[in-house]
Design a protein around this ligand. Structure first.
Ligand SMILES: Nc1ncnc2c1ncn2[C@@H]1O[C@H](COP(=O)(O)OP(=O)(O)OP(=O)(O)O)[C@@H](O)[C@H]1O
Ligand SMILES: [Mg+2]
Length: 469
């Protein structure tokens, strides 16, 4: 469970924050001054620190500096009674994850806490590349697989990590793009500098621009103080633009300027500010196709695609399936504190033959289900067949009425010369399935994404695309 340290001298504020943290399902630890807080950081390694600028004896910014010296990757959110622009800038410069002025909206604060924890997780837990050691004992995350494509990938990471080149990571959903981005960062010369992650889908379009570029006080109604954007925050370090294929065209134009001129302009700002950031980007869309459809700027595509890394779908490296299955089984048994029952040879065969449309993520989820439903027996062909792969409930051929309805619709469409038949149907199917999943989980997006075997951001894209609830 994540531990959040609340370093706040004011008892009432401290308790409010504590309640908010606990409500999010995290552990809260309190400190009233810098000594208590530093002791906590030193001995119990919290995952996030919330610190007041008024922290005695020398103030929150001094404390921030000390924390960043001892653990540069620990995310820190600074809170202050009223907004002082200079302090905001100073806090961000010293490496704060963000700066919040009181009073805060509980939902916004909660969301910020979650973002900071997620960002901390990305930066702090190491990604290891496949090595000879036992996979079962790997701490943190690991990129596994010895297939040809994975070996090529390790080489590519090795070649490019230590350079400042822009890298574009492409591949289907669940193939490991985020892991690769983290590995690139961790093996780079900027590994001890900021690593700022922006998910272009998870942030509403209207906020994405200010999130990335920041704004000046008075830039628009509601811009009551200056805000430093994520790009500036990443100065000296790395920014990871996840799901860049979904970036709106207007923001793509500003992004192009960043890549060409290595400077950012805050919204409402008059002068471009030079920044030194290394850019990593990822997408599960076919960007070249998006370019040809006019949804992605060609010039930006070329600027990003300096070093392309393509992650092949799991079905094209099925020899890696057994080692991955072992690894995920070991991981869930460890998490659940149960004995690892192992996998039978027949089950390995079925797993290897499966096409895994949801790629490695789907395999990981499948192993979890197999373990839970197998009740301590070795994972066998039966569990794999019925639980992991849903072979008896898939749409293919098992619902003749549905098949016939689709065929009839297609025949009609073809006869009447409709031009976008396939896209229309696929969109409709996607919309129906997504809304069913959301209904089933009472609107819980994380769980709905897991049910569907897609990532949360790609669920959000679809919710947005179809305007669902
Ligand atoms: N080669 C691998 N070895 C071990 N684990 C992997 C590997 N590839 C992916 N994973 C695991 O699979 C899951 C999905 O990976 P990740 O989130 O990096 O995918 P992604 O390509 O970013 O997907 P999306 O496009 O849906 O965001 C994660 O839990 C990750 O740890
Ligand atoms: Mg991803």
């Amino acid at each position: 469970m994540f531990r959040v340290l609340i370093a706040e001298p004011n008892g009432r504020l401290r308790q409010n924050l504590e309640r908010l943290v606990i409500d999010q399902g995290f552990r809260a630890v309190q400190a009233r001054n810098a000594d208590e807080a530093l002791a906590e950081v030193g001995s119990n390694s919290p995952d996030l620190v919330l610190v007041s600028v008024a922290l005695p004896p020398d103030g929150g910014l001094k404390f921030l500096t000390l924390v960043k010296e001892s653990d540069p990757r620990l995310p820190v959110i600074v809170t202050a009674a009223q907004g002082a622009t200079n302090e905001t800038i100073e806090a961000i410069k010293r490496g704060a994850f963000d700066y919040v002025t009181l009073p805060y909206e509980p939902v916004d604060m909660a969301s910020l806490i979650r973002q900071a924890l997620e960002s901390g997780r990305l930066v702090r837990s190491p990604v290891q590349l496949d090595s000879k050691e036992e996979h079962e004992f790997m701490a943190g995350d690991a990129l596994l697989g010895r297939s040809r494509p994975m070996q090529e990938l390790y080489k590519a990471i090795g070649r490019v990590a230590a350079t400042d080149s822009t890298v574009l990571i492409q591949g289907e959903s669940g193939t490991g793009k985020e892991l690769v981005a983290r590995a690139l960062f961790q093996h780079s010369t900027r590994a001890d500098k900021p690593f700022v992650v922006v998910n272009c889908v998870a942030i509403p379009e209207s906020l994405l621009e200010s999130e990335l570029f920041g704004y000046e006080k008075g830039a628009f109604t509601g811009a009551n103080s200056r805000r430093i954007g994520k790009i500036e925050q990443a100065d000296g370090g790395t920014i990871f633009l996840d799901e860049i294929g979904d970036m709106p065209l207007a923001i793509q134009a500003k992004m192009l300027r960043l890549l060409q001129e290595r400077s950012v302009e805050r919204i409402g700002g008059r002068t471009p500010l030079p920044v030194d950031v290394r850019i990593l980007a990822a997408t599960n869309r076919d960007l070249a196709q998006a370019v040809s459809q006019g949804r992605f700027r060609e010039d930006l595509f070329y600027r990003l695609n300096v070093v392309p890394i393509h992650l092949p779908p799991l079905r094209e490296r099925s020899e890696d399936v057994p080692v991955l299955a072992d690894y995920f089984l070991a991981r869930v048994t460890r998490e659940l504190g149960v004995r690892n029952p192992g996998i039978t040879p027949e089950a390995y065969e079925l797993l290897t033959a499966h096409p895994w449309p949801g790629n490695v993520r789907e395999l990981a989820n499948a192993m979890e289900k197999c373990l839970i439903f197998g009740r301590g027996h070795p994972v066998g062909a039966e569990e794999v067949g019925s639980l992991a792969l849903n072979q008896d409930s898939g749409p293919g051929g098992l619902n003749p009425e549905l098949d016939e309805a689709i065929r009839a619709w297609a025949r009609q469409g073809i006869a009447s010369g409709r031009s976008k038949l396939l896209a229309e149907m696929l969109d409709r199917v996607e919309e129906l399935i997504v809304s069913e999943a959301l209904e089933n989980t009472g609107g819980n997006r994380t769980r709905a994404a897991r049910l569907l075997g897609i990532s949360r951001p790609s669920l959000l894209t679809r919710i947005k695309k179809y305007g669902i609830g």
